[in-house]
Design a protein around this ligand. Structure first.
Ligand code: BEZ
Length: 221
């Protein structure tokens, strides 16, 4: 196998440690682990500056940055563009729309980070990153990954929904059903032994379809 094939096929998976890296960004040089600083991080890539879908997406992240902060989450973008291109694009978007892309955007001209995170998917594009979203928890584990192609923009409501879902699931040790959103009932983990199954059958505190599918209310702030 040629070395480029090996590099581009590096695909971190759910549960892996998030690979650490140094990068040049619109907020200066940073080391990813220091930037994360014990918070959740959304690391996302876009194919190119000064392109329409990417402009809508990065504006979407900026407009909802406060919601990410409320969820103890930092944002960091990436594309295979120069820092000069990033600065000019950020300035252009601000001038034209009033939206300020005020989170770091990595200038990954040597594709180092894109390859490290499997953002370069050569059968989609050999030179531009796909639309990837990595959800990284405070222990720097990758918890959820989204990949979108070049021609379809992401859904900010879904990004926020699953981020909140991961945090609710961690905190309350529950699972989340189809289309779950804040305020909906959550799934109580199914029993793992016959004894637990008998207890669940007797349990009247949750809404049961059967012993293995039980839901309960969660009162979240
Ligand atoms: C866009 O963001 O509009 C775009 C970027 C790269 C390829 C296709 C579309």
């Amino acid at each position: 196998m040629e070395s480029t094939e090996v590099e581009t096929s590096s695909m971190p998976r759910i549960g892996d440690d998030a690979p650490d890296f140094d990068a040049l960004t619109t907020h200066g040089n940073l080391k990813f682990s220091e930037f994360a600083d014990g918070k959740w991080v959304i690391l996302f890539s876009h194919p190119a500056d000064f392109t329409p879908v990417c402009t809508t997406e990065l504006s979407g992240f900026a407009e909802r940055k406060q919601e990410f902060e409320t969820l103890n989450t930092k944002l960091i973008g990436l594309s295979i563009d120069s820092i000069h291109s990033h600065l000019a694009w950020v300035n252009n978007v601000k001038e034209k729309t009033g939206v300020y892309l005020d989170f770091p955007i990595i200038a990954d001209l040597d594709m180092k980070v894109a390859k490290l995170y499997g953002m370069l998917q050569p059968n989609e594009s050999a030179t531009a990153a796909v639309r990837a979203v990595f959800f990284i928890d405070p222990y720097q584990k990758i918890r959820l990954i989204m990949y979108y192609p070049l021609n379809v923009g992401r859904n900010m409501d879904e990004i926020l929904r699953v981020l909140q879902g991961l945090q609710v699931s961690d905190e309350h040790k529950v699972a989340l059903p189809l289309n779950w959103k804040k305020g909906d009932k959550v799934i109580v983990p199914p029993p793992k032994t016959l004894e637990q199954m008998e207890e669940r059958i007797q349990d009247t505190s949750c809404e049961k379809i059967d012993f293995y599918l039980a839901k309960k209310e969660l009162h979240l702030n």
